[in-house]
Design a protein around this ligand. Structure first.
Ligand code: FES
Ligand SMILES: [Fe+2]
Length: 427
């Protein structure tokens, strides 16, 4: 469990909150580059860390990310004209460049210098790994981009998708570092077989032993299960949780990948999934399979405060119980819900928009979740005392890989020495 006070610290990321300040020390993935496909294309509405923003690609191809509300009389710049290196508000024609300067104010007399006194909030952006990133913190503390392998491979070797999840970001993050659920939530079985028997069939047994080694980027996390005919070997899933909200899924071959779960606000996540092959371009089949499994539709979404975001909704969502099929649940899969991602979302969204963690009873398999919470809360509190997060300014820390491995070793430290630390670092 977590006290209500600490749960608030953990889950609130709006302006001026401790966790909001911590997130604002990192680059934030805000959209796919393809959402702004060409210079002067239509702008998009985004909500990031509870701030309403508009992103646009200017005539030079650079991406601007500005306040949604025009500083004249607060009309939305989403309706603006994206023209000649600036976004022009259609209410009275004020125009802003990607740095937030007002470059034209046709409604004022020509001799007026009022436009030089008006700025709109604008955040720096970068494109990296098919994703648009923004930095929303103090200008003099601009960090480094996390040098993930997936973002550094050629575009042809990678695909990234984005969608909206209706919950606080931490529920989704916790799902990523919860190795124990894999044997249950994502399992299938034969008709007639008892579902719980299926979980323990074969060589890969149910309850994992978890070991965590904290690092500057977050932690590396080994889940060991007995393997082999006589249980004399160990099946390891070794993965990382990276500050503030990244995961890598343990997979040794295609699709390598993971997720980023960043708050639109405290009750909605902009979720990204990245998949890549470090050795070769993705095939057409891999690409189309990756896209079709989600059935994500571009749409708009009205948030509780009345603001609207341009976003991606899944066909399977909480309103239709993720298209759960009770017959399939009886006969073939633990959930009756198709697709691992939907199964995860059904669980992490079903906790409510912000989970009441006072009502939890955490067990031995929740060790990684406890560690991540403690680390984030501590870092948020430290930042209020002036202690800056190391990971934000050390992009190289993010050059790691996860691995899935069967080995004779059973001790995590031995395992890391023998395979882990070297195997998980990338050039
Ligand atoms: S509200 Fe934008 S120019 Fe007047
Ligand atoms: Fe899962």
């Amino acid at each position: 469990m977590l006290s209500a006070y600490d749960n608030d610290i953990l889950t609130q990321t709006g302006p001026g909150t401790p966790m909001g300040d911590l997130f604002r020390r990192f680059w934030i993935p805000v959209a796919l580059a393809e959402e702004l496909p060409e210079p002067d294309c239509p702008p998009i509405r985004l909500k990031v860390l509870s701030e309403n923003l508009v992103a646009f690609r200017d005539t030079n191809g650079n991406v601007g990310l500005v306040d949604n509300f025009c500083p004249h009389r607060r009309a939305s710049l989403f309706f603006g004209r994206n023209e000649e290196c600036g976004l022009r508000c259609v209410y009275h024609g004020w125009k802003f460049d990607i740095d937030g300067n007002c470059v034209d104010m046709p409604s004022e007399p020509a001799e007026s210098n009022f436009k030089d006194k008006v700025k709109i909030t604008a955040y720096p952006t970068q494109e990296f790994g098919s994703v648009i990133w923004a930095y929303m913190g103090p200008a003099d503390l601009k960090p480094e981009l996390p040098q993930f392998e997936w973002a550094r491979v050629p575009d042809s070797h990678r695909m990234v998708t984005r969608w909206t999840q209706d919950s606080n970001f931490m529920q989704a993050v916790e799902g990523e570092i919860d190795s124990a659920h894999i044997n249950y939530l994502h399992s299938t079985f034969e008709k007639g077989q008892r579902a719980t028997e299926a979980q323990f069939a074969g060589s890969k047994k149910g309850a994992p032993d978890l070991t965590i080694k904290e690092t500057d980027y977050g932690f590396i996390y080994g889940a060991r299960r007995d393997a082999g005919e006589t249980g004399d070997a160990s099946w390891w899933r070794v993965t990382q949780w990276l500050l503030p909200a990244y995961s890598l899924i343990a997979n040794n071959s295609w699709p390598r990948g993971g997720h980023m779960y960043f708050p639109q606000d405290d009750e909605h996540i902009s979720a990204f999934e990245y998949s890549y092959n470090p050795e070769a371009p993705l095939t057409q089949e891999q690409r189309s399979l990756g896209r079709s499994k989600f059935k994500i539709f571009p749409t708009t979404h009205t948030l509780p405060d009345g603001s609207i975001t341009d976003t991606f909704r899944m066909e399977a969502n909480p309103e239709n119980d993720f298209l759960m099929d009770r017959t399939v649940q009886r006969e073939r899969s633990f959930t009756g819900i198709e697709g691992i991602r939907h199964q995860d979302m059904a669980m992490t969204q079903s906790m409510g928009l912000i989970s009441n963690r006072e009502g939890e009873h955490l067990g031995t398999t929740d060790k990684a979740i406890i560690t991540a919470r403690r680390r984030l809360i501590q870092m948020a509190k430290d930042l209020q005392e002036g202690i800056e997060p190391v990971a934000a300014t050390h992009g190289d820390l993010y050059k790691v890989r996860s691995i899935d491995f069967t080995a004779p070793q059973s001790d995590f430290t031995d395992f890391l020495e023998a395979n882990g630390e070297l195997a998980v670092a990338t050039e």
